[in-house]
Design a protein around this ligand. Structure first.
Ligand code: SF4
Length: 163
């Protein structure tokens, strides 16, 4: 499985889930709690802007300024801001590699917050390391050990991880 924005997001929340997802382990569909994917989805505003499919990723173009694209997400909560920033930086890198000038914005209208996200050299180096580590996790024969985090309570893999 190729590294994508979703795996970058999960990497910043739970590395074990990166392995489980990338190995096609299906979470408990009967779990009354939401898994991370569903949780994220429910905390996203409905996509109403222009969506662009680029390679194996899809992202929103919020607007264009001159010859620069502004891509991003509008979300209800900034709870996972760090992970969202890296996901957005991953998309910015894909665009940069294709010589497309872009910057990113995370918008949290209910919190009256707006975070500009720009890919600089330092972040790109960190992101490249992250991508290498995600590939290394995917290549492992078994998943990273369980590390108890708050998200476990709402994760549909919890049966799998804690039984
Ligand atoms: S239950 Fe916890 S450790 Fe297991 S995949 Fe979910 S978040 Fe990660």
């Amino acid at each position: 499985m190729e590294v994508n924005g979703t795996l970058v997001w999960y990497y910043n929340i739970c590395k074990r889930e990166v392995w489980l997802m990338s190995h096609g382990i299906i979470p408990d569909q009967q779990d009354k709690n939401v898994d991370l994917g569903r949780f994220i989805h429910e905390n996203y505003y409905k996509r109403s802007k222009k969506e662009i499919q680029f390679g194996n990723v899809v992202f929103d173009v919020l607007y264009e300024t001159g010859n620069e694209l502004v891509i991003g997400e509008t979300k209800k909560t900034s709870k996972f801001m760090e992970a969202s920033q890296w996901q957005l930086l991953f998309y910015l890198k894909i665009l940069k590699d294709a010589n497309i000038k872009a910057k990113g914005v995370l918008q949290y209208p209910e919190e009256r917050k707006r975070i500009d996200v720009e890919l600089d050299e330092e972040k790109e180096a960190k992101l490249n390391k992250m991508i290498d580590e995600i590939e290394a996790i995917i290549d492992k024969p078994s998943p990273p050990v369980v590390e108890k985090i708050n998200m476990c309570r709402n994760c549909a893999y919890k049966e799998y991880c804690y039984s």
